[in-house]
Write a protein that binds this ligand. Sequence first.
Ligand code: HEM
Length: 174
Amino acid sequence: MKGAIVQCLGDLVKTNFGNEKWESSLEKAGMSKTSFFMPLQNVDDEKVTKIIESVCKVMNITPTQAAEAFGEYWVNVYAPRLYSTYYKGASSSKELLMKMDSVHDSVTKNIQNAHPPRFEYEWRDSKTMILKYKSNRGMIDILTGLVKGVGKYYKETLVVTKLSNDKLQIVFPK
Ligand code: HEM
């Protein structure tokens, strides 16, 4: 997975809880506490999973709480700084989410070994979308956190329900 994910998680932990918590998380994951991650570097998926598990242990939070905090921070703080161009032209949660399949495709297009998640959209009615998640990583809880983060970004209340390990139902306000 792209180093951006780990860099974002590190920023979140350091900003809100301090450097030591991040350093302990890295050490618990069997890595040096001074490890540094750059957005385009590749980090083994296994390592990423270990770091997320260690953050949960060090912070004493559940994987769901971690996924929600990560999703909110990625969409509201980290991505607007690094990837602001992808927000242009979207003025609601619905519009931003509808761009996510092509955003993930293009953001990783020239990067070797990237396996971006892909999305399909189905509509039950004009406010109710089924988001089909296509990835081998099984990160549906992180996906849920990210979708809720998009709601926060546009100050919209979204009702997000996990239907299965590859499908979310999202009800938009309008
Ligand atoms: C402008 C905003 C965003 C950008 C630039 C972006 C970019 C990326 C990148 C570069 C990765 C790593 C892919 C890899 O290494 O193979 C990733 C992972 C991921 N992104 Fe985004 N992302 C954005 C917003 C979102 C949103 C809003 C969602 C929810 C619909 C989302 C869902 C995911 C998920 C679930 C993963 C984990 C990898 C997986 O499941 O296979 N992202 N994203």
